[in-house]
Design a protein around this ligand. Structure first.
Ligand code: PEP
Ligand code: MG
Length: 322
């Protein structure tokens, strides 16, 4: 039975009524990439690149990053690998970046794409490494913490500069690399229709989206439970994001921790998410859960969930009583 479960983990996740849902892995290292493959991941929906930058005296060089991205891409063979650009600052400061200010609200501070746009050289070095690693592999790039079109356009501009530099230097890269953005701030949801015109795909980050929508710090145990992705306020934002993406004919994934809850997955699929990305251990059970439902049922469930009055009542729809 164990061998059977293992074999099943490597099959695609197809609902009872024949819809395939892509199930990918969230990873933060080369070892994670191997773990993801063993567990049946169809690729990597989120490579958190913070591990390359934290706990050191200076930024990783282009060559150093290139080697790591190439090694991960090799483990994945031709499966998709979404590399998210650096998401530090705020509560994860870098010793070698002087922000010039002590922030009292780091989660509302110079974090993610904001920090990278303030340090364009640091950002461009990462983009060059990502581009160079894309030769003969299936790499996509993704921005964290976008809140407005100016940031999305500025990031694209530096990406274009990196491409131009490489072309001029005769260095190969995938000319058709897709560019995506995380949707993890309420502002990004509100302008999702506009953002969808700037990028090739969305990935909803419910960890941050929940804390920013519910105004509950995800690291503060007194309020973290408030920041539940199952609150109808968050579910409605997921729905709005999916509708904006599909209206613009781009796909939308979801890479927050909540996607790993097998009983919750039907709600997310019912909201129309095209792809789920979860920690490697969650992949097999998630595929199993998907293979047992129909999209019709999932949509009916999502519709009911959107009308509930609390996260608890949403959870009571799917969790066994007691
Ligand atoms: C998220 O915010 O949901 C997410 C996936 O990114 P991270 O947890 O790295 O902030
Ligand atoms: Mg996030």
């Amino acid at each position: 039975a164990q061998a059977e479960a293992k074999a099943r983990a490597h099959q695609p996740a197809i609902t009872q009524d024949g819809h395939q849902i892509r199930v990918l892995a969230n990873i933060g290292s080369l070892a994670d990439a191997q773990l993801a493959m063993v567990n049946g991941a169809e690729g990597v929906g989120l490579l958190r690149t913070e591990f390359l930058y934290l706990d050191r005296a200076n930024a990783p060089s282009e060559e150093e990053q290139l080697a790591v991205y190439q090694a991960i891409a090799q483990v994945l063979h031709q499966r998709p690998l979404i590399i998210r650009t650096l998401d530090v600052g705020g509560d994860k400061p870098l010793s070698y970046i002087n922000t010039g200010i002590a922030e009292t609200n780091p989660f509302l501070g110079v974090r993610g794409i904001r920090m990278c746009l303030e340090n364009p050289q640091l950002f461009k070095t990462q983009l060059r490494a990502i581009l160079r690693a894309s030769v003969n592999s299936n790499i996509k790039v993704m921005w964290p913490m976008i809140t407005n079109l100016t940031e999305a356009r500025a990031a694209r501009e530096i990406f274009t500069q990196a491409q131009t530099e490489l072309r001029q230097g005769g260095i190969a890269f995938d000319e058709r690399m897709e560019v995506g953005t995380m949707i993890e701030t309420p502002a990004a949801v509100a302008i999702a229709d506009q953002l969808a015109k700037e990028v090739d795909f969305f990935s909803i980050g419910t960890n941050d989206l929940s804390q920013y929508v519910m105004v509950g710090d995800r690291t503060n145990p007194k309020v973290a439970t408030l920041a539940d992705a199952m609150h109808p306020a968050v579910l409605r934002m997921i729905q709005q994001t999916v509708q904006a993406a599909h209206a613009a004919k781009i796909w939308v994934g979801l890479c927050g921790e909540v996607a790993a809850e097998t009983l919750i997955a039907p709600i997310l699929l019912g909201l129309g998410v095209d792809e789920l990305s979860v920690n490697p251990q969650a992949i097999a059970p998630l595929k199993q859960a998907i293979s047992q439902l129909t999209i019709d049922e999932a949509q009916a469930l999502a519709k009911v969930a959107l009308k509930q009055d609390s996260a608890l009542s949403v959870r009571e729809l799917v969790y066994p009583i007691g």
